[in-house]
Design a protein around this ligand. Structure first.
Ligand SMILES: NC(=O)c1ccc[n+]([C@@H]2O[C@H](COP(=O)([O-])OP(=O)(O)OC[C@H]3O[C@@H](n4cnc5c(N)ncnc54)[C@H](OP(=O)(O)O)[C@@H]3O)[C@@H](O)[C@H]2O)c1
Length: 343
């Protein structure tokens, strides 16, 4: 007798690069989900900021939506469900089991945090790639998820789909993380390492923008806010500290960094923007700082868009996670791996 499939309904907040890559990946792995978990999915709602909102309890025609998507597309034409006047309304009416929150980074954490709160209160699991709400509201959102007996997962907020939180959650039992350091911002690492080879600051930044790697507002990358926000998530989720992005000391980079990059190379060293956290007198301190590193430091070897995180633990000593030249497909995989951990 054929096993009956379990149906899972998805809703998206955001239909940008990450959301569309996740939709493509889910289509690509549809048969795998059926075979491995007996799970079939459909998307019952998508909400954006300027490109409309659509709900269809029968499932939106996602393949068609992806094929026809253009910068000026509007989702309203696919709407075939209850009227909704706001994003809160959308979350309550979309009929989803899982809300994928993929709107843009805002340092206040809002409005994404309010979307996540609304979804958790309504009993939806939430999976996000948006580090803003996780950093600013980590404790309250995690507590709310526990109270409602649903999951709040955020693997994609740091190093895309490379396992960081899932690694710590599932594979490092009874482990205390003493400190951590890494390179967590692809845009600035690409700029610094390309400038070592004579590329201009502007050309390197332009490349990362065209790759869809840079935040919608590039100053969030250049001024270290992206790294500080990721570090805040790491500190709260892995080290138990209560450190918000604003508590983290940051170094910006701008056009005039070329002189320091070249001076480091002349000394056979490398300039990197290092993100680190350590414990001091019962507190956790976070910093995002420019450092000239010895050539044999693992962080000096991280080039281009690649990222690294080294956890200093009391069980495994130093454990490094390296992500080589990520793209939006790896961010989509973070959402997918979080989804699988719900099944
Ligand atoms: N791109 C990456 O490689 C990457 C990697 C890791 C994490 N992330 C994170 O993933 C998230 C999505 O990134 P992305 O590259 O897909 O961004 P994107 O291409 O700019 O798309 C963002 C989407 O969010 C929607 N949106 C923005 N503000 C909103 C609001 N207030 N309410 C509802 N929807 C809103 C946008 O709607 P409109 O188009 O209508 O404005 C758009 O559909 C961001 O938080 C980013 O930091 C991205």
């Amino acid at each position: 007798m054929e096993q009956e499939l379990k149906q899972i309904n998805f809703a998206f907040i955001g239909f940008g690069k990450v959301a569309r890559a996740f939709a493509r990946l889910s289509i690509n792995r549809r048969k795998w989900l059926i075979k491995k978990y007996g799970v079939e999915w459909k998307i019952t709602g998508i909400a954006t900021k300027n490109h409309g909102i659509s709900i269809d309890p029968q499932g939106l025609p996602i393949g068609k939506m992806l094929r026809s998507w253009k910068a000026h597309s509007n989702l309203n034409s696919f709407h075939n469900g209850p009227a909704c006047d706001s994003h809160a309304d959308f979350i309550r009416q979309c009929g989803a089991d899982v809300l994928f929150e993929m709107s843009v980074l805002d340092l206040s954490g809002d409005p994404a945090a309010s979307y996540i709160r609304e979804a958790l209160r309504a009993g939806l699991n939430v999976i996000t790639t948006n580090k803003g709400p996780v950093a600013t509201h980590f404790r309250s959102l995690s507590r709310l998820a526990r109270q409602r007996d649903v999951q709040f997962l955020y693997e994609g907020t740091v190093m895309d789909g490379a396992p960081v939180f899932n690694l710590a959650r599932h594979n490092l039992p009874a482990t205390h993380i003493r400190s951590l350091r890494g390179i967590l911002n692809s845009t600035t690492n690409y700029i610094l390492t390309q400038m070592e080879q004579g590329t201009s600051f502007e050309a390197a930044l332009e490349y990362t923008k065209n790759k869809g790697i840079t935040e919608a507002d590039p100053s969030l990358d250049l001024e270290g806010w992206d790294s500080a926000t990721k570090l805040s998530v790491l500190i709260q989720a892995l080290m138990g500290g209560n450190v918000k992005p604003n508590d983290i000391e940051r170094h910006s980079i701008s056009e005039d960094i070329g002189r320091k990059v070249r001076a480091a190379v002349r000394r056979d060293r490398r300039l990197r923007r290092v993100t680190r956290a350590y414990r001091q007198g019962g507190r956790v301190i976070g910093k995002v700082e420019l450092q000239e590193l010895e050539i044999f430091d693992p962080l000096a070897a991280i080039r281009g868009l690649s990222n690294i995180l080294i956890l200093n633990t009391d069980t495994m000593r130093e454990l490094a996670i390296i992500e080589n030249n990520p793209s939006v497909e790896q961010t989509a995989y973070a959402l997918f791996s979080d989804l699988v951990s719900l099944l």
